[in-house]
Design a binder for this molecule. Structure first.
Ligand code: NAP
Length: 245
């Protein structure tokens, strides 16, 4: 590790976590604004799993959804990277959380604290009698009109899916100004203040990255395939160590 000559906040040897635009690299140049001290109770592998997914979950729920204690929140893609952080963050903010996932991941979503889990392979949540104050949509595979059926009177959908393709993104942008039922799309704002909030949540035990598998750098193609095949639970991590776990 090296530290730039104008940086006073860090010294060589400090343990940090954060986001960078470089990927799968052994050495990267980091912007000090996009990192924070590593949560002291986490391993480097766990800390590496957190930054972008956790900050996205935090900002979409807090800033996009104005989440409040007692809110009934549905999180789609609850078994995924963003979703597994969102379930825990929403719980820590006092919400009643329902996670949506496929059959094989129901137990995992329960294990990270969801109050209720809906298996979309057997249940269509848009036909249920339940009403949600917030739907954090990480999957983008249901229409906004279907999701609106299960919103409470003041409820809101927080669109957050690149998986939904351009038509999803365009619809979210186009509809948001005309209805308070659909929030706008937002790219995560990677910043030190929010990384510190997440660090504190992790140190207090409110938030723990769910790491499914660790792949050595040379197995990066396998890691990407594992993700694309929909097998990953929570996050996978690429490590510079040659051990797979
Ligand atoms: N706003 C931002 O800056 C930002 C940042 C990062 C990511 N994102 C977006 O957030 C979304 C989630 O990202 P991620 O990293 O969490 O992805 P991920 O780890 O791949 O998780 C996506 C989850 O979607 C679930 N899924 C797949 N098909 C489904 C279906 N038919 N119905 C319901 N759920 C389904 C999968 O779980 P099951 O096997 O349980 O279905 C999977 O766990 C992506 O669309 C990404 O573009 C936004």
């Amino acid at each position: 590790m090296k530290v730039g000559k104008n940086i006073t906040e860090l010294k060589v040897g400090d343990e940090i976590f954060g986001s960078t635009e470089s990927a799968f690299a052994e050495y990267v140049v980091m912007d000090i604004e996009k990192l924070a001290m590593k949560p002291s109770n986490l391993s480097f592998v766990e800390a590496a799993a957190a930054p972008t997914a956790a900050i996205t979950a935090l900002q979409r729920l807090r800033d996009g959804g104005n989440i409040r204690k007692g809110h009934k929140v549905l999180i789609t893609g609850a078994s995924g990277g963003v979703g597994s952080f969102a379930v825990q963050i929403a719980k820590s903010m006092g919400a009643e959380v329902t996670g949506l996932c496929s059959t094989g991941k129901v137990e995992m979503v329960k294990s990270i604290g969801a109050d209720h889990v809906i298996d979309y392979k057997t249940d269509d949540f848009t036909r249920s009698d339940q009403r949600f104050d917030l739907i954090l949509d990480n999957t983008g595979n249901r229409s906004f009109s279907d999701m609106k059926k299960v919103l409470s009177a003041d409820g809101q959908i927080i669109p957050n899916s690149g998986h939904g393709g351009m038509s999803y993104v365009i619809k979210a942008f186009a509809l948001a100004p005309f209805t308070n039922k659909i929030g706008g799309m937002k790219i995560a704002n990677l910043n030190n203040r929010d990384f510190n909030i997440l660090r504190k949540m992790m140190e207090s035990g409110d938030l723990k990255p769910f790491v499914d598998k660790v792949f050595p750098l040379e197995k990066t193609p396998e890691a990407i395939k594992y993700l694309e095949d929909g097998l990953a639970r929570g996050k996978i991590v690429i490590s510079m160590d040659s051990e797979e776990s």
